[in-house]
Design a binder for this molecule. Structure first.
Ligand SMILES: [Zn+2]
Length: 97
């Protein structure tokens, strides 16, 4: 079932609708059928749409886990770096004396 985006010429209401076999969905706002079919934002069937949403969701979740691990690693590195900088600063102070 293709998902189409429509704009009602009667009231200007814009909406998406699933269309079965050439059936024209009436405007949910004014019930008019003088509609302009716009290019669907996705240009695919709702099934494909759902699949792509699932893929996007997986893609969105995966980097979060990686990001968290990365952040922990970065925090550990930062801590290490702070020790090193503290040591370097101490050493510099010592050398300046
Ligand atoms: Zn309308």
């Amino acid at each position: 079932m293709p998902l189409y985006e429509y704009k009602c010429r009667g009231c200007g209401h814009q909406y998406e609708a699933l269309v079965r076999g050439g059936e024209v969905p009436s405007c949910p706002s004014c019930k008019g059928q003088d509609l302009e079919r716009l290019l669907s934002a996705f240009g695919m069937t709702s099934k494909e749409h759902t699949k792509s949403l699932v893929r996007a969701e997986r893609k969105r979740r995966a980097p979060v886990r990686l990001g968290q691990a990365h952040e922990e690693h970065q925090a550990a590195l930062k801590e290490h770096d702070e020790h090193r900088q503290h040591f370097a600063a101490t050493k510099t102070n010592y050398e300046n004396d």
